[in-house]
Design a protein. Structure first.
Length: 52
């Protein structure tokens, strides 16, 4: 079964959990836990810019 493409823009945020920070998106995507907030923000930016 093919995945449905969403017309909604990807809205990403970062979430902190102790010493770790992870990027999340409204589409359900979750990035890896990072110790550096800047890397989590980079993960989010790359996800939002990726063509789906």
């Amino acid at each position: 079964m093919a995945e449905q493409q969403s017309t909604e823009p990807h809205r990403t945020t970062t979430v902190e959990n102790g010493p770790f920070c992870a990027a999340r998106c409204t589409c359900g995507w979750r990035g890896p836990a990072r110790r550096a907030r800047s890397k989590a923000r980079d993960d989010a930016a790359h996800h939002a810019a990726a063509p789906f």
